[in-house]
Design a binder for this molecule. Structure first.
Ligand SMILES: [Zn+2]
Length: 168
């Protein structure tokens, strides 16, 4: 008589190793938004197969810890290069370093420059739309992307220079 028990000895069904489970547990704790985005909960770790765990680990490896992440901020792994608003209403330019990490430069209206601000990428609330760039950059007469003083009348009206407009 045949039973319907499934074998756990096949390669496909092989469960995740203790090391994999431990690694993923740590990633859930330090990167909760990433865990939610891939549908991984602490109680789900025990039932992962080796292959699934391996794929999740690949996904987690490029994600920075979210410890400093403000609860209302966009998760860092969802950022793209460009202009953003902070939760405090400041303007930040997001760049990506050679090591693939994102960092932010905050605009200082007094100097007209974007200055690096440690941890500012954890406090970004929304991406700047072209319309918002116009509203923000026009009163300063500066480009909302690079901070340069604008000379062309049309650019001043739009708060962004012609080169940067293509990247917004
Ligand atoms: Zn510009």
């Amino acid at each position: 008589m045949e039973t319907e028990t499934t074998s756990l000895t096949t390669t496909e069904g092989r469960p995740a190793t203790a090391k994999q489970r431990s690694y993923l547990g740590d990633r859930i704790a330090t990167r909760p938004k990433w865990a939610t985005s891939v549908g991984l909960a602490p109680e789900g770790i025990a039932t992962l197969s080796l292959t699934e765990a391996s794929q999740l680990i690949d996904s987690a490896q490029s994600i920075a810890p979210e410890r400093k992440q403000h609860p209302d901020a966009i998760p860092v792994h969802e950022l793209k290069e460009g202009g953003y608003w902070t939760i405090d209403g400041d303007v930040v330019r997001v760049r990506r370093s050679r090591r693939y990490d994102f960092y932010g430069q905050q605009f200082d209206p007094k100097t007209g420059r974007f200055e690096y601000r440690k941890g500012i990428v954890f406090r970004l609330k929304a991406r700047m739309t072209p319309d918002e760039a116009k509203q923000w950059g026009a009163p300063f007469g500066r480009c909302c992307m690079c901070g340069k003083l604008l000379t062309d009348e049309k650019s001043m009206e739009q708060g962004i220079g012609p080169v940067c407009r293509r990247h917004l």
